[in-house]
Design a protein around this ligand. Structure first.
Ligand code: BDR
Ligand code: CA
Length: 320
């Protein structure tokens, strides 16, 4: 078994692809569980979506625990305008056959991290509410987390406000707690993830006749509400899969260690991450911030990797 991971997530289409990629990569990584949080849609729906995605992969054995329904201090902002009412627009997934596992996500995080024989890698694909709560509930988890890999923040412009990226905007207080916790963090801000746009030429490796890849393609090719994505790129940015791809293929990424601070004061910059790229403050680095992605190679390797999911399906479900 490879690196033991927990995915904290708010699916969300790009979260869905990240989960599928992680499940496809087993046993290179071991998915110890999925914890859900409110973000793209409310937590009841992100939990249903995590269950739907596991079901698509034929993995009803993966533990899914529902987490926090609202940010620590602010009212919840959701993103149905991008994700659709159910959070997974573009995918046609049936309702889950099972319910979430008993026990709150924050308790699951603490218990799993504290009792795991080896250290755990946390993958944070949504607002950081559950992870901040877990750090407050049991600060000792910080020493047992091998690395926390986060999609969040913006080195340049934001995507939900001019200043802020969605995940850090939704729960800036949680993000501030997490960046202050002294954990080894790798951060994928928007300046990195906007390189991972699912342009048509990057989708050629996915097989439209294989059922799971067909769902991925249908999600990636869906019409974008409100026109072109920020920056005008022809396709949807796959922010969250970068986190899993970094674990699998670190050779595709470059970055540097920086100081990251989160703005919690209400106003036009709330949720903004100040990423001290040039080390002007002299403050010690608290994250490795990714800056460059070989996105062509990342999409080619993702397409290759997710084939394993279709191949693992019972014969009736496989492509003809
Ligand atoms: C992040 O916000 C969500 O909408 C996406 O799933 C991703 O985690 C991008 O800003
Ligand atoms: Ca997400």
């Amino acid at each position: 078994m490879g690196r033991r991971i927990i995915i904290d997530t708010d699916p969300g289409q790009d979260d869905a692809l990240a989960i599928l990629l992680a499940l496809a990569a087993e046993p290179g990584v071991e998915v110890a569980g999925i914890t859900t949080v409110a973000g793209n849609v409310g937590v009841a729906q992100t939990t249903i979506n995590a269950l739907r995605v596991c079901q698509l992969a034929g993995r009803d054995d993966v533990a899914v625990h529902a987490g926090c329904a609202a940010p620590l201090m602010r009212p919840l902002h959701t993103a149905e305008f991008i994700c659709g009412a159910d959070g997974l627009a573009g995918m046609a997934l049936p309702a889950p056959r099972r319910a979430a596992n008993p026990g709150h996500a924050v308790s699951f995080l603490v218990d799993t991290i504290m009792t795991s024989a080896e250290t755990v890698t946390l993958c944070a694909l949504g607002p950081l509410t559950n992870i901040a709560m877990a750090l407050r509930m049991e600060p000792a988890i910080a020493d047992r987390i091998d690395r926390l890999v986060i999609m969040g923040g913006a080195r340049d412009l934001g995507n939900i406000t001019a200043a802020a990226e969605f995940n850090t905007f939704v729960d800036p207080h949680a993000a501030a707690i997490v960046f202050d916790a002294g954990l080894p963090i790798t951060l994928f801000p928007l300046s990195a993830t906007y390189q991972a746009v699912a342009t048509p030429d990057r989708l050629t490796g996915f097989d439209a006749k294989a059922p799971i890849q067909a769902q991925i393609l249908s999600m990636l090719r869906r019409e974008r509400p409100g026109g072109a994505s920020l920056g005008g790129a022809d396709g949807h940015p796959m922010h969250d899969p970068c986190v899993i791809a970094w674990l699998l293929w670190p050779d595709l990424f470059e970055g540097r260690d920086c100081r990251v601070d989160v703005e919690v004061t209400e106003g036009p910059t709330v949720g903004r991450t100040t990423i001290d790229w040039w080390g002007r403050s002299g403050a010690p680095a608290n994250a490795h911030v990714v800056d460059r992605i070989d996105a062509d190679a990342m999409f080619a390797r993702m397409a290759e990797a997710v084939r394993a999911l279709d191949l693992a399906q019972p014969p009736t479900k496989k492509a003809l």
